[in-house]
Design a protein around this ligand. Structure first.
Ligand code: NAD
Length: 327
């Protein structure tokens, strides 16, 4: 299936959204970006210079969402209140943005007969011990008193909404991204550990590893995440399909800290801080997070092109160039 010409990207000034815009523009699409610049930045999309339409707006504003989507033929919904730090600090904002914002986007897509890909997350699986995570696995979460699980739950509700709209005729696909990193990551790095370590290493400050650092993640280079998203949008899969998007290479956070520090030739120490110190009491982490990506491979023909070495080779020079300069 060919992707239609006129495409709207919510969250297009953010990490994944701006790289989607790059790839879609290169393929000749007309792009509109809808963003409130809460974690995205004008600098991320400055290079488009009049080649994309930019609408500053909030996905919680139903009228603005509807007006922006009208006239478009496909939507990539990437706007969200993201990250674990964000949800621990401001759970209400995260829940309301992700649930009501996504409902506004899905309803408008349904009304205007737009297909849509929605960005979901590996956080969906919670602390499931069944490694690797497959799309139909059970979710294993802790108590509702642990704020961290509100992010996972808000995204799960988005998925339920998407699947329910799919039954009503909406062409929708759900993508669960696993730890995406790359140029244009916010240096504050809310929940984005590659950005956080790079910023600390460049400032010569200690790289603070949370917990014992033996917890693992699989890191996905943003250009791969964007390419897979476009493959999903062009595939003929039935409405409501879910795909893991990520690399299968599992890395302990201790090793990530060492690699980033050494590649940036930084003299920063690597130190460990308890979760309680960082996030307060009642925080739970996920020890291992590894996707099974067989479905994306079989159905979408997706294989990650960038291993960590190649992804960091593109990312860290960008961090060196940009961190400390952009807000
Ligand atoms: N980067 C990752 O590791 C990762 C992992 C799993 C899932 N995801 C999901 O992918 C999507 C994109 O994430 P990202 O990494 O590009 O994050 P990002 O923060 O770089 O991008 C999100 C964008 O959405 C915008 N936004 C936030 N709230 C908004 C609102 N209320 N109205 C309009 N715009 C708003 C932000 O300004 C930003 O530009 C999100 O749905 C996120 O949950 C990302």
């Amino acid at each position: 299936m060919n992707l239609p010409r006129r495409i709207l990207i919510t969250g297009g000034a953010g990490l994944i959204g701006s790289h989607l815009a790059d790839q879609l523009l290169a393929a000749g699409h007309e792009i509109t970006i809808f963003d409130n610049y809460s974690t995205g930045r004008a600098a991320n999309i400055g290079h488009f210079e009049g080649r994309v339409r930019i609408v500053k707006g909030d996905i919680l504003d139903k009228g603005a969402v509807d007006a922006a989507i009208e006239g478009n033929e496909y939507v990539f919904h990437m706007a969200a209140a993201v990250g674990v730090a964000n949800v621990v600090g401001n759970p209400l904002n995260v829940i309301l943005t992700n649930v009501y914002g996504t409902e506004n986007v899905l309803a408008a897509c349904h009304r205007h007969k737009c297909g849509v890909v929605i960005g979901s997350t590996s956080e969906i699986y919670g602390k499931s011990p069944h490694i690797p995570f497959s799309e139909d696995d059970d979710r294993v979460l802790g108590s509702t008193r642990v704020n961290r699980w509100a992010y996972s739950t808000s995204k799960a509700l988005d998925e339920h909404l998407a699947i329910a709209y799919g039954r009503e005729g909406l062409r929708v696909t759900i993508l669960r991204y696993f730890n995406v990193y790359g140029p244009r990551m916010h240096e504050r790095g809310d929940g984005q550990v590659v950005a956080r370590f790079a910023a600390l290493a460049l400032r010569g400050e200690p790289l603070t590893v949370h917990g014992d650092g033996k917890q693992t993640r699989c890191f996905t280079f943003v250009e791969d995440a964007a390419r897979c998203s476009i493959l999903a949008a062009t595939s003929d899969t039935p409405a409501g399909e879910v795909f893991n998007v990520g690399s299968e290479h599992e890395l302990p956070i201790n090793e990530l800290a060492t690699v980033i520090r050494d590649r940036l030739e930084s003299k920063s120490e690597i130190v460990h801080v308890s979760y309680e110190e960082v996030y307060g009491k009642d925080f739970e982490d996920t020890r291992r997070r590894v996707p099974n990506v067989q479905k994306a491979r079989d159905v979408l023909g997706f294989n990650a092109s960038f291993d960590l070495d190649a992804g960091l080779a593109r990312t860290l020079p960008w961090c060196r160039e940009n961190y400390g300069k952009v807000g």
